[in-house]
Design a protein around this ligand. Sequence first.
Ligand code: ADP
Ligand code: ASP
Ligand code: MG
Length: 423
Amino acid sequence: MPLVVQKYGGSSVSDAEAIQRVARRIVETKRAGNDVVVAVSAMGDTTDELLDLANAVTSDAAPREMDILLTAGERISMALLAMAIRELGVGAQAFTGPQAGVITTEHHGRARIIDVAPGRLQKAVADGDVAIVAGFQGLHPETQDVTTLGRGGSDTTAVALAAALNADVCEIYTDVDGVFTADPRIVPSARKLDRVSYDEMLDLAASGAKVLMPRCVEYARRFDVPIHVRSSFSGLEGTWVTGDTAEGEDMEDPIIAGVAHDRSEAKITVIGVPDVPGSAARLFEAVATSDVNIDMIVQNVSATVTGVTDISFTLPADSVPRATKAIEADRDGIGYADLTTDDTIGKISLVGAGMRSNSGVSAKFFTALRDAGINIEMITTSDIRISVVTRAEKLDEAVRAVHSAFDLDSNDGDAVVYGGTGR
Ligand code: ADP
Ligand code: ASP
Ligand code: MG
């Protein structure tokens, strides 16, 4: 019997009625002759609300307790979904991440799945039941503590389950009809992609297209799990995320897959760093001790008179306190004069495998931004991506300008956003 893993995001299970609607969809899949395992997210904006609650009682929550708190969201939805399915006459068993055999590293808030021991899920399926798994969570075996996988982590739970169970497909159900050429909340005329490669999807996701978590795409690429991103609110075919098609097989492949944007980063500028070999190493060693992931780096031209330079880099905004603390702790060693932070930046990225073999893509990208009067503060490129930092308030305008310059608009009318608050 085919095995389907389905993941339902928060907006698909935002209230009792939505949970019943999802239950009907699961039951239909089961009655069509499939075994079904489901990963489910917390209802609506529950995770954000739990974070707000924690921040209301402390400014320095212990990561272990934070994970205990946040995993409660998915426990609620998994239990209710199992109840709703049973109400429709189909057996269902709910499992927390640890009960489902999801084993992770110890890093609270950003744990990585290292293994899935799916015995209990296989038994539930063999019993003819639907297995419902709480997404976004797992167990660190040494501490026996529950961990979370980072925001959007239920996507990764679903792909990890699909890989461990050797599922035929991993369906990611969300509040839009698939992966679009830009976030439909910003560009309503964005076009749905029928297919996108793992590599392009990974760059889109890592550049802020939150429809899939980057780690889930990495996992799918590694274990060759086909992902079908689609809406839980419509019956439409969505977007297939799969390996590259063989060279020349898909001549219609567009040059550009899409435009992504990210508002979640901040910029740190370290002013007056001595322009001598080893300065950058010392600075970034300090940052590395704080376990922060750096994205873009720019070093200004140094003034020969003074022999000092400024170094700016971007990082997730919520890592700023940790990074600045680490840099300030080595102030004398690095020898810089001052440090500033700026959380009003936005990043826009253009992604497409066709960039490799097409010249002129960057020129068109920069021209589009210039014509829209948007100033560029930082630039990075890879063989399939160009990213720039702009002012946050200019970001939406930048996305629309680039999207239209590359003729990415749909011919079939505006994209539908079925639910969610965009939070
Ligand atoms: P879920 O709750 O189902 O996990 P998310 O909010 O995490 O949903 O992801 C879906 C949202 O991702 C969409 O509502 C959309 O606003 C946003 N998004 C950003 N970029 C894209 C894109 N390129 N294609 C589709 N959706 C996108
Ligand atoms: N509930 C978690 C979050 O909001 C995980 C997820 O939805 O994928 O990030
Ligand atoms: Mg999500």
